[in-house]
Design a protein around this ligand. Structure first.
Ligand SMILES: CC(C)(COP(=O)(O)OP(=O)(O)OC[C@H]1O[C@@H](n2cnc3c(N)ncnc32)[C@H](O)[C@@H]1OP(=O)(O)O)[C@@H](O)C(=O)NCCC(=O)NCCS
Length: 141
């Protein structure tokens, strides 16, 4: 384990409401923090929620949704701005998918922000327009 992640505990857990709101708020995800009850329902309905903590403080979270057999989606991965680029995001994604290693389709949809392509490619994901054989993705919002 790299020294920067020493003391950071990553594992499955349902975090409490206020610390969850604080974390999502620190990342600026107002669509979640505006609807706290919906956010907690979303976490409760996820196939797996993992957190990262250091000295008890919630530093990050990732969650997977899906059927657990043929398809799983990484729905959120977020790391507090104070704790980035020290391997916490990678550990969260690895822990979130750990029980689903044999699931054929592992997918996610995310904003086209700088750094995210590098992050997901470093974890072995391929952007859909680079995939062979060719794939399409669709969204309805
Ligand atoms: C994306 C996010 C989860 C990454 O978390 P993190 O803990 O900083 O990521 P890691 O330290 O595990 O990074 C692993 C690798 O990904 C790549 N990477 C991560 N962030 C990057 C960035 N901003 N720019 C370029 N590469 C990046 C690097 O290759 C990095 O390895 P390195 O630091 O040894 O070079 C974090 O930036 C975040 O919470 N962003 C806001 C929320 C978000 O956009 N989530 C994703 C959409 S759901």
């Amino acid at each position: 384990m790299p020294p920067a992640t020493e003391g950071t505990v990553v594992g499955p857990e349902m975090p409490a409401l206020q610390e969850t709101l604080d974390l999502y708020g620190a990342v600026g995800w107002g669509a979640y923090t505006d609807e706290p009850a919906t956010l907690m329902r979303a976490l409760a309905g996820s196939a797996r929620v993992v957190t990262a903590r250091r000295d008890g403080r919630l530093l990050g979270l990732a969650r997977v949704i899906g059927d657990g057999a043929t398809i799983v989606y990484l729905q959120d991965v977020l790391v507090h701005p104070d704790a980035r680029r020290s391997g916490v995001g990678r550990r969260l994604v690895d822990a979130a998918f750990a029980p689903f290693a044999d699931v054929r389709q592992q997918v996610l949809l995310t904003d086209a922000e700088p750094g995210q392509r590098a992050f997901y490619e470093s974890l072995g994901f391929t952007e859909v327009h680079d995939h062979e054989p060719e794939l399409r993705s669709f969204v309805r919002q």
